[in-house]
Design a protein around this ligand. Structure first.
Ligand code: CLF
Ligand code: SF4
Length: 491
């Protein structure tokens, strides 16, 4: 296992001596700011989401989740799923995760919680359905809650068996639930679900989709009634449910959903799914973004989902699952809370500063008359800062900045450019293609060679804002581009 990161990487390298963002980073420098809810969030809700990397975009810079694949049985068939792999409702299709018994899962959670200070949430997200394979889900949560009471418990479900377990979820303090809802019209549903298994019988066609739809709506209403925060995942399937998801968004908002996460269908023929084998394509990134833009104003949108594995471990953009396979975990592992506790104290201070700096940056860009806009990619390894070198980045977070504010609009995964101290030419070529449409790339450090090739492709890359908060850097960049008044650091 690699050395855990307890410190936040906030320090500008000696060679990076300032640049436009240097004097502006940090917002309030005092550690006594503490952490209060952002202005646009009810403080009571903030308390419940502030450490959940999926339910709070801001939290995903600081906190990690881990999944344990303990519930492999499923009660429906989705046309984008091949049972050899993980549940594609929550996870990246085509991936087979390590399946565990509840006791093995407990061992793994203890090992991860002792080593990964950012860990805040334990999720059960396939393969299979956490509510249908309920005994194993429940046994896992009960064991883990006994050992690590402050870990948040989270499940993802297709919703068919959900109404049978809402009371127990509430009793177990499961405060975050995801339901995958791809349709509210059974005619659309019949094109997505060939069958469901319900009440000892198998149903097909429109009847199957109708049963699933009714159970999903009932489950959502029951969760809302008990005050459990519910996220809806929808898989965007062009030509099948893409336009229909606008109606889905309305239905779930009206029934109390906290958040809506529209995910792209991934349908590689090699995954062996019905859609993959019949040529059903997934949406292009710009089609997904266009739909998400149309959904703005309805149920709150999640735009930072990584479609992670069913055995993922770590920050959303940095899966450390391979470091924690069962064969690497001692049989007699005991929980050591010290790293998590130290990290939380550090983060509480840092986040207060980050939120203040973010607010300043957004106020600056929204309060000017410039009609300009930029699409900005950033490299980060957490902490809300531009603290990753270009050559080490495995993804770019993409922000849109305009008079509307500074908003995360997605991420783009890439292969690491620098391997063994050298940049790979073929990898750079792919990275440049991945960055299509990006105006500016901000990173902690970048060499002259990739910088020059990116510039030739129309992407201006700079490390002048290295180690600044992301929003502070983007705000300063916007100021430099469009003549906005520079930001003033809060005293
Ligand atoms: Fe896991 Fe899902 Fe809970 Fe998060 S993931 S069960 S809500 S703890 Fe998160 Fe991963 Fe996206 Fe899921 S980024 S796939 S939304
Ligand atoms: Fe596959 Fe998940 Fe659908 Fe079940 S609910 S068929 S595991 S994608």
């Amino acid at each position: 296992m690699s050395e855990p990161m307890i410190q936040l990487e906030t320090t500008r390298k000696a060679s990076s001596n300032g640049g436009p963002g240097a004097a502006k980073s940090g917002g309030c420098a005092s550690s006594s700011c503490g952490l209060t809810a952002p202005d646009d969030i009810d403080p009571a809700i903030w308390e419940r989401i502030k450490d959940h990397p999926c339910f709070s975009e801001e939290a995903h810079h600081y906190f990690a989740r881990m999944h344990v694949a303990v519930a492999p049985a499923c009660n429906i068939q989705c046309n984008y799923c091949n049972r050899k792999y993980d549940c594609a409702n929550e996870s990246r299709p085509g991936v087979a995760s390590e399946k565990l018994t509840p006791d093995q899962a407990l061992r793994k959670v203890i090992a991860v919680a002792s080593e990964v200070p950012q860990l805040a949430v334990l999720g059960i997200a396939g393969p299979g359905d956490a509510c249908y394979d309920w005994k194993k889900t429940k046994a896992t949560f009960e064991r883990v809650a006994r050992e690590i009471p402050d870990i948040k418990l989270c499940i993802s479900t297709n919703g068919l068996a959900l109404p049978d377990h809402v009371d127990e979820l509430a009793d177990m303090n499961v405060d975050h639930v995801t339901i995958t809802i791809n349709m509210v019209d059974p005619e659309v549903g019949a094109k997505i679900y060939p069958w469901v298994f319900y009440g000892h019988s198998r149903y097909t066609g429109i009847e199957a989709a109708r049963i699933l739809h009714e159970r999903q709506m009932l489950g959502l209403e029951m969760l809302s009634k008990r005050g459990i925060l519910t996220k809806i995942n929808s898989v965007m399937i062009p030509g099948v449910n893409d336009a229909h998801l606008i109606e889905v968004n309305r239905w779930v908002r009206d029934r109390g959903a906290f958040m809506h996460n529209v995910m792209p269908l991934i349908s590689e023929p090699s995954h062996g799914t019905y859609y993959g084998l019949t040529g059903q394509r997934g949406p292009k990134p710009l089609e997904l973004k266009a739909l998400q833009d149309r959904l703005e104003g309805g149920a709150k949108l999640m735009r930072h989902c990584r479609q992670c594995r069913a055995d993922a471990v770590g920050l959303l953009g940095d899966d450390r699952g391979r470091e924690f396979t069962l064969d690497q975990i001692p049989g007699d592992v005991t929980y050591n809370a010290s790293k998590r506790h130290a990290y939380r104290q550090l983060v509480a201070r840092e986040r207060g500063d980050h939120l203040a700096a973010r607010k300043d940056a957004i106020t600056a860009v929204t309060s000017v008359g410039s009609g300009g806009s930029l699409l900005v990619a950033v490299t980060t390894k957490g902490g809300g800062r531009i603290n990753e070198h270009f050559g080490h980045a495995k993804e770019f977070q993409v922000y849109a900045v305009s008079q509307k504010g500074i908003n995360l609009v997605g991420h783009r995964k890439v292969e690491r450019y620098c391997v063994g101290g050298w940049g790979e030419e073929a990898t750079l070529y792919n990275i440049i293609a991945t960055l299509e449409g990006i105006d500016v790339l901000l990173c902690a450090k970048i060499g002259d060679c990739p910088k020059k090739q990116l510039a030739e492709a129309g992407v201006r890359a700079t490390d002048a804002y290295g180690y600044d908060y992301i929003e502070t850097a983007i705000g300063a960049l916007y100021a430099a581009e469009f003549g906005v008044e520079p930001l003033v650091a809060t005293a």
